[in-house]
Design a binder for this molecule. Structure first.
Ligand code: ADP
Ligand code: MG
Length: 484
């Protein structure tokens, strides 16, 4: 019960809209590419011309099935599309096609990490497939609005959680984890900048032991940071209102990210207001066992499984394994480097993880790059780690090499040779240098032999100088004693 604020418990449920990664729309052949000129990706169907009929995009259904499997949900063999009727200028047909009564997926679960590091399961009530609406453009002209229908009919999954989250932190973790899973599966890019992932957050407060309070829905939040800010603002607003004896009404609010506050948009509609009914132009979606099995066989290793494997096989800490598995590309890079190392994974993996998480991520952050944009092969990190493990270079020199390697893309060995960073370990080179020094300093040798032992340091210095500072000091000492 540490989540209580002034005796109030916060209850949050999220509806996440994720654009399904298909090239074409849910019921037409128009492209879903982002950033094209307005109204260039609109078929007669998308513009709701009379008599046009929908043709279901089976790829979108496949990806929804995989998403359901990815959250351990039930894949329903029969689902069905309904019309949700409402008027809006960006919705030329006057209805959105969605799945209210028979969604394709029910009862999944997403495991999140709480602030104290322990995990918690958040239940997912349903995933339904639906089409997106177009976009009204209000800022092109002072006296009229425009409509862009490019987005009209783009396939979405609406992923509805149960009201299982108890803080803004948990809500943010949930969206992050969901995003990780969708990206692993490849069912959505989840690019929040492109409106690819949008969140409606439902939030209420109540005293533990009493029924849940009325929920407020904050619509269309397009970043995880804003989600946290919107919820924190709303939690405070609801607590103050309740403490002042005001009632919280069920309503829809908007988050103003500039002012960092939520504002009333409209009182909440109920399902009846939309006059839902089954779409007469679309058959129910009937899934065969074979199709579901095929999707199962195409499933990638999921983030939680990968994390457990990294901890087990590579002896990584939980936090390192979590960071490395958040993006599938990072996990792949790490494993490629581990494979490239000449050392056994139990010796090299931890070091490789550390170089990636600490040093490489610092550079990526500074240069605002992603892992895919680095200009050197990740295998070079394995080579660097191998050079540390076989004692060719020490940790300090390794940092110099790493800095060079990330800038110029050269291999660590090349850099070490060019900059002459290798320690001279070889007996003969050192012995030759020492013999030279002895031959050139007869006076000092004489004095040393008569007992002036402090001259030993002089010989070490001369030898080191002859070797340009790269001699191995232990070897120089040892061989000097022999030769003198
Ligand atoms: P609608 O589409 O009308 O918003 P949904 O059933 O699709 O309704 O979504 C309801 C969402 O609100 C779910 O995510 C659910 O977990 C959440 N929710 C339901 N009751 C509460 C409550 N009392 N407090 C906070 N969230 C709630
Ligand atoms: Mg809703």
């Amino acid at each position: 019960m540490d989540n209580l604020i002034k005796g109030w418990e916060v209850v949050i449920g999220l509806e996440v809209h994720a654009q399904i990664s298909t090239d074409t729309k849910l019921f037409s052949q128009s492209s879903t590419a982002f950033g094209s000129d307005p109204n260039t990706q609109v078929s007669f169907y998308d513009a709701a011309m009379p008599g046009m009929l929908p043709v279901l995009n089976e790829k979108a259904i496949d990806l929804a099935i995989k998403t359901g499997l990815g959250i351990k949900g039930t894949v329903n063999k029969i689902s069905r599309f309904d019309r949700k009727n409402y008027f809006y200028p960006d919705l030329p047909s006057g209805y959105q096609i969605s799945q209210l009564y028979h969604p394709i997926i029910t009862d999944g679960v997403i495991t999140i990490e709480q602030q104290d590091g322990t995990s918690k399961e958040i239940r997912v009530e349903r995933i339904h497939v639906e089409q997106d609406a177009g976009k009204s453009v209000h800022d092109l002209s002072p006296d009229c609005s425009y409509v862009d229908l490019n987005r009209s009919g783009t396939p979405l999954m609406e992923i509805v959680s149960r009201p299982d989250m108890r803080s803004s932190y948990e809500a943010m973790q949930y969206v992050k984890k969901l995003r990780t899973i969708l990206r692993y599966i490849g069912s959505s890019d989840c690019n929040m900048d492109q409106g690819n992932l949008r969140v409606d957050a439902n939030i209420s407060i109540h005293k533990p032991g009493t029924p849940f309070g009325n929920r407020v829905e904050i619509k269309n939040i397009n970043s995880i940071k804003f989600l946290g800010q919107a919820l924190d603002y709303e939690i405070e607003r609801q607590i103050i209102a309740q403490e002042m004896g005001e009632e919280i009404h069920q309503e829809t609010r908007l988050f103003d990210s500039a002012k960092c506050e939520t504002r009333t948009m409209r009182s909440k509609e109920n399902a009846e207001d939309y006059r839902y009914f089954p779409d007469p132009d679309l058959k129910p979606v009937i899934l065969t066992d074979a199709r579901i099995e095929k999707m199962k066989s195409e499933m990638p290793e999921l983030p939680d499984e990968k994390m457990a494997r990294f901890i087990n096989d590579y002896r990584l800490t939980q936090s390192d394994a979590k960071v490395l598995t958040e993006e599938i590309e990072t996990a792949d890079c790490f494993e490629r480097a581990v494979k490239a190392s000449k050392n056994k994974p139990e010796d090299s993996a931890k070091l490789i993880a550390n170089w990636i998480i600490v040093e490489l991520f610092a550079i990526l952050n500074k240069e605002n790059k992603t892992l895919q944009e680095i200009s050197f092969p990740i295998e070079n990190i394995a080579e660097l780690v191998d050079l540390i493990l076989d004692k060719t270079i020490n940790g300090k020199i390794a940092k110099t090499v790493f800095a060079e390697m990330t800038q110029n893309g050269k291999k660590p060995k090349e850099i070490i040779n060019e900059l002459g960073l290798v320690q001279i370990q070889d007996d003969k080179t050192i012995r030759d240098a020492i013999k030279n020094v002895i031959a050139n300093s007869p006076q000092q040798v004489e004095q040393y032999k008569q007992g002036k032992e402090q001259l030993f340091g002089f010989f070490v210095g001369q030898t080191m100088k002859a070797l340009q500072g790269k001699g191995n000091p232990e070897l120089i000492n040892k061989i000097l004693k022999e030769e003198l």
